[in-house]
Write a protein that binds this ligand. Structure first.
Ligand SMILES: C[S@@+](CC[C@H](N)C(=O)[O-])C[C@H]1O[C@@H](n2cnc3c(N)ncnc32)[C@H](O)[C@@H]1O
Length: 246
């Protein structure tokens, strides 16, 4: 636990500014779900989403297992608006409930296997107030096939960045090296993720006593299609006697 910030802390905010990956629309949508209440982000990182959400009047709490990511959050303008907790999002109890619990930008994928991801959804359900909403946002990996592929190309003035991804479709694990090339230097950053398909997410949510309410391809509510690059899912608690519908 906690390695993420040691690897990515230094570069995270440069690579992923608040508006990256539709971040602005994410904040607007989450502000509607959290209006008038309190929100909990699982895997809050450096507060890329949590800080702008807190600026919109939602009282935001954030769990993360990386001391380094939380240190960076607290050092940012507006960082004091987010109440941070150093904890494992698959195994924690804050002893209170929230109107909105959310996981964005593939944070769920940081958990190494299905059991821990399911445990994380149980944590989310436990922290959800009656009538509250869980929102989960993640990528849908394109062209999943075994072996190594290169993706995510990004060019800046003096550097070139891309990822080499070794994918195992059986375990759904991607072992990724993000490589930054400058003149005379090459640096590599390793991350291992386990991706989840939307149907699998629904089953994990069902096991946690949650039922799906809505699903879209992005934060603007675009309908899902066969080639949607992402997925935003909304869940609520299953009502007593409602049955375990997924
Ligand atoms: C991809 S980053 C996303 C951060 C933030 N949600 C954002 O949108 O920028 C994933 C975050 O999840 C955190 N994380 C990974 N495993 C965790 C765990 N078991 N418990 C809590 N946080 C974890 C990492 O430290 C990292 O900050």
């Amino acid at each position: 636990m906690g390695d993420y910030g040691r690897t990515f802390g230094e570069v995270y905010d440069d690579w992923y500014p608040p508006e990256f990956g539709d971040g602005t629309a994410a904040v607007a949508a989450l502000a509607r779900f959290g209006a008038g209440g309190e929100a909990l982000e699982l895997g809050v990182g450096t507060g890329r989403i949590a800080i702008p959400l807190a600026r919109r009047g939602v009282r935001v709490h954030g769990v993360d297992s990386s001391p380094e990511m939380l240190r960076r959050l607290r050092g940012k303008p507006g960082g004091h608006l987010v109440r941070t907790v150093l904890a494992d999002m698959a195994d924690c109890d804050l002893g209170r409930r929230f109107t909105l619990v959310y996981s964005v930008f593939n944070s769920l994928f940081c958990l190494p296997d299905q059991a821990r991801q399911t445990a994380c959804l149980a944590v989310a359900a436990r922290h959800l107030a009656p009538g509250g909403r869980l929102v989960v946002d993640h990528q849908i990996p394109a062209g999943v096939s075994p072996g190594i592929s290169a993706r995510h190309f990004h060019t800046e003035e003096d550097r070139f960045r891309f990822s080499l991804v070794d994918c195992d479709p059986v375990t759904q694990v991607m072992d990724r090296r993000t490589v930054v090339v400058t003149d005379g230097d090459t640096v590599s950053y390793r991350s291992v993720i386990r991706y989840v398909w939307p149907g699998e997410l629904d089953l994990m949510a069902a096991a946690a006593g949650l039922v799906p309410l809505a699903r879209a391809a992005d934060w603007k509510g675009s309908p899902m299609s066969a080639d949607s690059p992402g997925c935003v899912s909304v869940y609520r608690h299953r009502a007593p006697g409602e049955g375990a519908k997924a």
